[in-house]
Design a protein around this ligand. Sequence first.
Ligand code: NDP
Ligand code: HSE
Length: 430
Amino acid sequence: MRVKNVNIGILGLGTVGGGVVNVLTRNQAEITRRSGKNITITHAAVRDINQDRICSTDDISLTQDPFEIVNNNDIDVVLELVGGTGLAKDLVEQAIKNGKHVITANKALIAIHGNELLELAKANNTHLLFEAAVAGGIPILKSLEQGLSANQVELVAGIINGTGNFILTEMRDKGRDFDDVLKEAQALGYAEADPTFDVEGIDAAHKLAILGSIAFGCKLQFDNISTEGISQISGEDVAFATELGYSIKHLGIAKKIDNKVQMRVHPTLIPKTSLLANVDGVMNAVLVKGNAVGPTLYYGAGAGDEATASAVIADLIDIIKDTVSHDILGWQNFEDCPACDTNDIESVFYLRLLATDKPGVLADITAIFANHSISVEAVVQKQIDSKNNAHIAIITNMIKTSELNEAVAEIQKNDFIQEDVKIIHIETLD
Ligand code: NDP
Ligand code: HSE
């Protein structure tokens, strides 16, 4: 059989775009063998044509006008690796309308505009694929759509932001300062263009929206995700967690209970001995529980040029071989699933209070918990400052979020409480 050419246009030659060029070049023979076609990157769009790149651009025609690429009749597949939800959306729409297949690593775009873009792709008989948008190099969307397709998924939970996990790991292991580690994550190309997306949980929420949608067969519903970042995690929390036998991880958790979808992103204390607790640095891991297979765990690099390129190119090979699954299998049947009220979420909680160290304080706090039928499972206290204040860490039993919030509001009113009570979920998932 004659091996034909497939022409690729890349929008954006930064971390991911550069990684795609490098991997396609280095693994060309293997990729040609697997796809059955010669893949040629003919064009790429960048903002600054004179900038140094991590890849060679010798055989690529560079342009500063990305619409030249999406409107070019000789290009078969467009890789959207620019990022953001403005220009990227216009480019993806135009490419699809021009009958091109599109692959993107852009979770913000899919989480927010995915429902309409997938409809558009369907109407134009093209593919819109986004494996690289979730958990970098881990083929988690393909696993959900293919390997686990016999299951009803009960739970998807994981560490799905590499930057956040890198920061928490460095803080815990080396006592490093939050801002200092974030700067390093940016220099390594892990962080989003706006790193608050990483540290405030927005990036993880984008990914969880996609995971929840594919896992449960629901339309994307980013707005229903309860989101909390890691920027408020202090050294005291890290130390208390360690002392109590936990690690703090930033998790995305999606469950479907009684036909309602519960999706949340927040820092979480998980037992130190659990598999997820040992996923460190930029690595990601996603736990999926299916009603037939039971728990399964997927682990790999969550960010970085070549790990992400691996997922982008796998989508490309799927398109070329016509083995696409995750935009076709079931997507047109996806439902509008009702969302669970966050107040109804049941969890064990860790609380940290800064309180004046005087007799009766602990008794007052535990009395308030007792009035709300909350049991205290563990208490640890540390004297910390010259003003006679103590940090108190408390672990509750499993309770409804609304009940905990009422008790905490009552505790907070006391004069002996010196700052806002810190609340962190505790989960035992694997
Ligand atoms: P970068 O900032 O490294 O690259 C963005 C690229 O887009 C740059 O080459 C830039 O050009 C180009 N670009 C931006 N605006 C324009 C424009 N107006 N016209 C033409 N080109 C433009 O981002 P990343 O590679 O890190 O991320 C790309 C996408 O991949 C994002 O959606 C991100 O969320 C996602 N992603 C990133 C991962 C990572 O590890 N970095 C992992 C998984 C997904 P120039 O270089 O000239 O500035
Ligand atoms: N900023 C993202 C992260 C890139 O750190 O996980 C990968 O999606």
